[in-house]
Design a protein around this ligand. Structure first.
Ligand SMILES: Cc1ncc(COP(=O)(O)O)c(C=O)c1O
Length: 367
């Protein structure tokens, strides 16, 4: 089976881990061990901002960022439902209400006009997601945020290597949250990062990461244990160096696959432009006018042919029992339609040119 994603770790990562295991420290009580500090310095440079705060998952990054921008009980946060559930969890963990807005069908990302309509006097933040690794419409969203005095927290969990107007994804938001989970473009096994240009948000994030402390036994605010271990950070330093080559191979595979699939009139294919470059975390196509049954049948057929195609977010968050029961029903026609028609194909750096050709031709033969 050609898996949909697969971590690419090697001897350099193994050596980096061994060094930490042999010499220590394994972690640091304030989350600021030497490897973590080095990783953060490098990651901030990569993200084109002043600060990066490393944490232990992307979910922790989202929760810490939402809390750090001041979201609290009674507030509302506008976000897409067409995302991984962690985006919404961060809002609920902060005691706030997730307000789901519909997507732009061209990008699968939060629609600025839908966001504008969802703003109320209780809205505190907007939380766009760079779905599949394609930057959200961040400038129009930033205008809305500025007009209404809202925080902009970007879920960049899938966006390592994506750009918006030449800047790295996340650079226009008040805070951007990244995942380093094993499937992502770069990984530390589990892990996460928050990046920001804002000194105050960075200071608050560092406290939230470690029990609200700046010094031991003197909590200044509610925190958690969101610290990254030195082992994770050591892997992250190596993976970050390799990231450009990973993204370049993903881009090459995506281009090749698009060339093959373009022949079919039945598919809407992912795109990028000079101005808005994809991270190519997931190559997601859409079956034009297709039904859910047809899409699911295609996935089954692809699996039979050893192609690990997947459909992500088939049950958008607003339809999940917990969210429907606690936050009511909401109509999101573009979200619902996309969730029935999309499917993703493997293009990770381990996929060879021959395999891309096999994947493309197999899809063409099945649709
Ligand atoms: C869009 C999105 N948000 C949040 C997360 C959560 O990240 P993690 O799994 O590292 O907690 C993920 C990754 O799984 C994701 O894809």
């Amino acid at each position: 089976m050609i898996p949909i994603n697969m971590p690419k770790v090697g001897e350099e990562e193994a050596q980096a881990v061994l060094e930490v295991v042999r010499k220590g420290p394994l972690t640091n009580a304030l989350g600021m061990g030497p490897k973590t500090v080095e990783f953060e310095r490098n990651y901030a440079k990569f993200a084109g901002v002043k600060h990066s705060v490393a944490v232990n998952t992307g979910t922790a990054a989202l929760h810490a960022a939402i809390a750090a921008v001041g979201v609290k009980q009674g507030d509302e946060v506008i976000l897409p439902s067409f995302t991984f559930v962690a985006t919404a969890e961060a809002v609920v963990l902060a005691g706030a209400k997730p307000v789901f807005a519909d997507i732009n069908p061209e990008t699968y990302n939060l629609s600025p006009s839908a966001v504008e309509k969802a703003v109320t006097k209780n809205t505190k933040a907007i939380m766009p997601v760079d779905l599949y690794g394609f930057s959200a419409d961040i400038k129009p969203l930033k205008e809305i945020a500025e007009k209404h005095g809202l925080a902009l927290v970007e879920d960049a969990a899938q966006a390592h290597g994506a750009t918006y107007e030449g800047k790295p994804a996340g650079a226009f938001a008040d805070a951007a949250c990244w995942s380093l989970y094993a499937s992502k473009n770069m990984t530390t096994g589990e892990g996460g990062v928050v990046t920001t240009d804002n000194d105050q948000i960075a200071e608050t994030l560092r406290m939230i990461r470690t029990h609200g402390e700046k010094a031991k036994y003197a909590s200044l605010m509610l925190g958690n244990n969101y610290r990254m271990s030195e082992i994770q950070a050591a892997i992250g330093i190596v993976q970050l160096q390799k990231l450009p080559s990973f993204v370049s191979k993903r881009r090459q595979n995506a281009k090749q696959l698009t060339k093959i699939l373009e022949e079919s009139g039945r598919l809407v294919l992912p795109w990028e432009s000079e101005d808005r470059q994809h991270s190519w975390y997931l190559y997601t196509a859409r079956l034009k006018d297709g039904t859910q049954e047809e899409r699911n049948r295609l996935l089954e057929e692809l699996k039979k042919k050893e192609i690990g195609a997947e459909a992500y977010y088939v049950n958008p968050v607003h339809l999940m029992p917990f969210y429907r029961e606690n936050f009511g029903s909401v109509k999101l026609p573009e979200t619902d339609k996309a969730s029935r028609q999309v499917f993703s194909l493997p293009i990770h750096p381990g996929v060879t040119e021959e395999q891309v050709e096999y994947i493309g031709k197999t899809v063409l033969s099945l649709i």
